[in-house]
Design a protein around this ligand. Structure first.
Ligand SMILES: [Zn+2]
Length: 196
């Protein structure tokens, strides 16, 4: 069933043309889906790119929500970043997150390849302290900018979930609505992601 909802109706676009690479991180390494960050799990896949790079819709669909993805009110070491969540016509919802801005309003129809917003930077190194989690301290050195891609079963609303925050899940028990984006992203860049 999950395999069914993950297939794009058209060819599908890689969401960040300007990304440093189109290689999708394999499970277990930094930026991969469900990466174990000790106090939290990663709900999406990170695509690294220069801050300000355009983020495109991978397929046509409807913008179902926009808003804050991270903020210092949630975690003191986070910058304000935004998300755009698109319910794609194939039936899966993609949360494009950690954006520095967004360009489309809620309820808008978007075309495949349409610009949704721009890549942002989540960690503010000046607000990271020695008491913060090790993975946050590592990021405070490199402060990477990235797109966080998260895929949901169509009706999910992570903002209502107590254990969800900023693209992380603060438990080891994976929520049933959270879909692994790895196969979808690999299909969007097949030359860089040969079959395992
Ligand atoms: Zn992420």
């Amino acid at each position: 069933m999950r395999e069914h909802v993950m297939r794009c109706k058209d060819h599908g676009r890689w969401p960040v043309p300007n990304s440093y690479a189109r290689h999708v991180p394999r499970h277990g390494i930094q930026g991969s889906f469900w990466e174990d960050r000790l106090d939290r799990r990663h709900c999406g896949v990170d695509i690294y790119a220069p801050a300000g790079s355009s983020v495109l819709a991978i397929e046509r669909g409807e913008v179902v929500s926009t808003g804050i993805a991270t903020s210092p009110a949630q975690r003191h070491y986070w910058n304000v970043t935004y998300h755009v969540t698109v319910l794609h016509d194939s039936g899966f919802a993609v949360r494009y997150a950690e954006l520095e801005d967004f360009m489309v309003p809620e309820n808008a129809r978007v075309a495949a390849g349409e610009t949704l917003g721009h890549v942002g930077r989540v960690i503010d190194p000046l607000r990271v302290t020695r008491d913060d989690p090790p993975y946050v301290q590592r990021l405070s050195v490199s402060t990477p900018s990235m797109l966080h891609v998260e895929v949901h079963d169509r009706c999910a609303d992570p903002e209502k979930e107590r254990r969800y925050s900023g693209g992380n899940w603060f438990s080891n028990e994976r929520p049933p609505w959270l879909v692994d984006p790895t196969p979808l992203l690999m299909r969007l860049a097949p030359g860089d992601n040969p079959a395992r």
